[in-house]
Design a protein around this ligand. Sequence first.
Ligand code: IVH
Length: 669
Amino acid sequence: MTSPAERAAELRRQIDRANHAYYVDDAPEISDAEYDRLFRELQRLEAEDPTLATPDSPTHRIGAEPADALRKHTHLRPMLSLANAFDAAELAAWEDRNARMAPEARGAYTAEVKIDGAAVSLTYRDGRLVTGATRGNGVVGEDVTSNLRAIPDVPLVLAGEGWPALLEVRGEVYFPVASFRRLNADRERAGDPPFANPRNAAAGSLRQLDPEVTRRRRLRMFAFHVEVVEGEWAVTTQWDILERLVAWGFQVEEHRALLPDLAAVEGRIPAYEALLPTLPFQADGVVVKVNRLGVQLDLGVVGGREPRWAVARKFAPEVAVTRLREIRINVGRTGALNPYAVLEPVEVSGVTVSNATLHNEDQIAQKDIRIGDWVEVVRAGEVIPQILGPVRERRDGSEVPFTMPEACPACGTPVERPPDEIMRYCPNATCPGRILESIVHFAGRGAMDIRGLGYERVRQLLETGLITDVADLYALSAERLEELERFAEQSSGQLVEAIEASKGRPLSTLLFALGIRHVGKNAAVLLARRFGSLAALRAASAEELAEVPGIGPTMAAAVVGFFAEPRNAALLDRLERAGLTLVEPRAADRDGPLSGRTYVLTGTLPTLSRGAATEMIERAGGRVAGSVSKRTDAVVAGAEPGGKAEKARTLGIEVIDEAELLRRLGAAQ
Ligand code: IVH
């Protein structure tokens, strides 16, 4: 028997892992329903025996730590999460608890659609957007101001009047389902891994280092909450807040209702349950809020984590039962062996499902999933269906436990499982499974972006022996391609041109395209910016790499390991001979209206955060320095500028305000 203490420790470990996968990697490993179950079990254990609650228990915090690559932003007030109520009884129990604390809690409620996206906080000073941030761990998030400015629903300046001097608006950034499908279709065509669901796509897009990418993805935002930080406003209910938000120019989800009591709320639930699947965005419940702000204040917050005055009324996800026919393995480009279930096709929430991810062998063992089992399948908003577990009562003894292969299914090489990892890897760099995936990744959008080179074409080029690796792509001629089946003259020419054009991509793109383990797009940009050239990067030690903010020791070791591999070294030499760009253009070398000019920022600018202003100057070709010197071209000063503006004046360097900066940038936009 496991003791409650051991079980609690195990639950904490699983929840921490799931949080990391969800919040940091944007790649959830377990379904929401399963996460909720683990979380509730832990909450229950800790409630039964409070000595089990460690100070760092995930029940005390929200989400995971922010990624290091983006600037951190400390929220003026913590960003809270919400408790759930899965049925009418849980909702009634929520009201009863509230009424014991504040009798007036029984009264009017607002009902709002719970938008399933990424929570954001927008700070407005005197009606102008100053900073936008993600939730992060609830206390510290990431400054994504420039990305949020790229979203049309985010007012840069509030409309109307009557806003408090310092104001924080909370809302949800989301991906409309239609744009999400388009994005994933594009990604799959380009060989990039699709996003698991619109929520992760929204979170991932917000945390891009390049706001241009965010802009192109057409994110949207709904607002639903206001924290007044400084100043006054005459508002007494949540309903008023929603109306004010609309008047200030925010988008507020239209299916909101003001209801006189809880019975009326529960009465609306069936209508909401029917509505949610028809909405053009993903929604995962109804948020019920005590309408009167005075009562909200009396009720307060539980454990620094959830307000008592709001609850998410959720619906149980649709569960289907079907037969697991087979467990297959896909070999990824890093060599990771990814097990997935082949199911007898079954309809779940209106979609026919025939495959489900199985994540890794530990999860298969933990859930005791066997080949031939009847299994419960859910699609709780996720595009990739999840298996909850087997229906043990339906076993007849013919089910076969699954064991991971000891040899790679694509090339037969014995596989390896590094001590601290849960995945097995095919170590063979020439494994045909890995090569196919890695070439498709190399050519994909976001990587070298070679149009017309998806799975089918790459497979054909490999099978006919025209290529064996990515360097061979650069030796292809239109004449050779034309000899192949399904290659018309025109498409051969286009492919060769697309390959030629890819030679101009910067080092950061190439680094990402090479598919070095653990090196995603953001890390590739950080490395390329820091080292500037492939030669410098190849010469760097693991210690030097790990000094770059945002690069951890695991990634540093993976990069060094990659370059040390003779086969990779030879490949890079061939790419160099083929004439690829192996450097990262420095910001100051970029063409733009501020090319070659150095700016210093000081004080609080009226609308732009430091991060946003830096980003915009760099995009326009300029450079931002930390201190004023003779080489400074101009100082941009905001409120309470401090000594830098002073120094600039004594040196005769011009001091400009944000409006002037924006005017100069104007030509760049
Ligand atoms: S109110 C203190 N209203 O759901 C304010 N949240 O699971 C608490 N969410 O963190 C949030 N739609 O990001 C509220 N209409 C809505 C919402 C909503 C989506 C998100 C929000 C929150 C999360 C909790």
